[in-house]
Ligand binder design. Structure first.
Ligand code: PLP
Length: 376
């Protein structure tokens, strides 16, 4: 990958690829052609050709993620996908949703909306220095109870870059009879996803982050048994016609990002996904080690739980309140951190001495490890 293939300003060392993605030059050019094609006859593109074009993109994305096209729909972004799932489930007062303290703020807000209706949100602490997938499974399943209606997990967590063992977690959750929503905003492209093997009920991933489609475009997988339940927040023409019709058209929008996804897939296919991922991991690891060396600290998360984003400890300590659930919430006296009138978000609190860390992301558009100077 050459820096010249990207639109990033060459004067800056752009290190936040995970934030919003970035556009490779060939994908930008392909998207411009798609736009010209759509604009040549908007009615034809958005009406007569629409279903065929969406279905073509769906097949390409299904192949990337090793999923079944029938289970996939597109949403503008991961936020829209997780919101659609959480709001479609008909969670009732007294129901419980289990999450971890790695969850993204938008998901926390969505769970907060449910909490205002009397749903109990229980967050468990997953330490970044956890040793094995089995320990993570134990931390999450320990707080599943008879009222648990949903477990919400990250695939690749935003603040830490921690790659969760979602397959093992889904297996354990299903053994307990609980469906799983995976916030996989960072997963497509960054890691090799096998939706069939993961078996999650709901899985939502952005295509504009690590697949580098134009912003904004995301894909959502919904297992067949939930097709009658999950609907978008916005009802439009196809809402009553079933799962895919309801999501395939939610009103007029900019179709170019979605229709340009195949160009982004072609760009990375030509480079070879395994090679791209190997390169990104090596690059970010070298960068993180270089930053850690300069700071006199260490890279915080074991290699096995990382991909293209790494966490580096900062040379400061502070006392924080970490979330740690050790038993059923009802039996925990000092449990509740309530976030508002009528809400019920419980974080079982334990005061920990914890060091502060910062995320160092790899960037598809960055060909060298970040210099220590730029990281300071
Ligand atoms: C883990 C995670 N979930 C959700 C989101 C939200 O993505 P979007 O803003 O595209 O909806 C992000 C964005 O960075 C994220 O990292």
């Amino acid at each position: 990958m050459r820096a010249a293939e990207w639109l990033i300003d060459p004067a800056i060392a752009y290190l936040n690829h995970g934030g919003y993605g970035a556009l490779p030059q060939p994908v930008a050019e392909a998207a411009a052609l798609v736009r010209a094609d759509v604009e040549a006859n908007p009615t034809d593109a958005m009406t007569r050709q629409w279903q065929g074009r969406v279905d073509d993109v769906r097949s390409r994305v299904a192949a990337l993620l090793r999923g079944t096209a029938d289970n996939l729909v597109f949403v503008p972004n991961a936020t829209a996908g997780t919101a659609a799932v959480i709001s479609s489930l008909g969670l009732a007062p007294g129901d419980e949703v289990v999450a971890t303290d790695h969850r993204y703020p938008a998901v926390a807000s969505q769970l907060g909306v449910a909490a205002r209706r009397g749903v109990h949100i229980i967050e468990t602490h997953v330490p970044v220095d956890i040793a094995s997938p089995a320990d993570i499974v134990a931390a999450v399943t320990a707080i599943v109870g008879p009222r648990t209606r949903l477990i919400v997990l990250d695939h690749v967590a935003s603040p830490t870059g921690f790659v969760f063992p979602v397959r093992e977690l889904v297996t354990a959750a299903h053994a307990a009879g609980v469906p799983v929503l995976v916030d996989a905003a960072h997963a497509p492209g960054q890691i090799d996803v096998d939706l069939g093997a993961i078996g999650a009920d709901f899985w939502v991933g952005n295509l504009h982050k690590w697949v580098c489609s134009p912003r904004a475009c995301a894909v959502m997988h919904v297992a067949p048994q939930w097709h009658d339940t999950i609907r978008p927040l916005v009802a439009s023409d196809g809402y009553a016609d079933g799962f895919q019709p309801a999501f395939d058209w939610t009103g007029t929008f900019d179709a170019v990002p979605l229709l340009a996804v195949p160009a982004a897939l072609d760009f990375f296919a030509a480079l070879g996904w395994p090679e791209v991922r190997r390169h990104q991991h090596a690059l970010v690891t070298a960068g993180a080690e270089s930053v850690a060396d300069a700071l006199g600290t260490e890279v915080a998360i074991a290699d096995a739980f990382t991909a293209a984003m790494r966490l580096v400890r900062l040379p400061v300590t502070c006392t924080v309140t970490a979330c740690s659930v050790v038993s059923r919430p009802a039996s925990c006296a000092a449990s509740s951190t309530d976030s508002g009138r009528g809400s019920s978000i419980r974080r079982i609190a334990a005061v920990n001495s914890s060091r502060i860390a910062t995320r160092v992301p790899s960037s598809s558009a960055t060909c060298r490890a970040p210099s220590v100077t730029s990281a300071r």
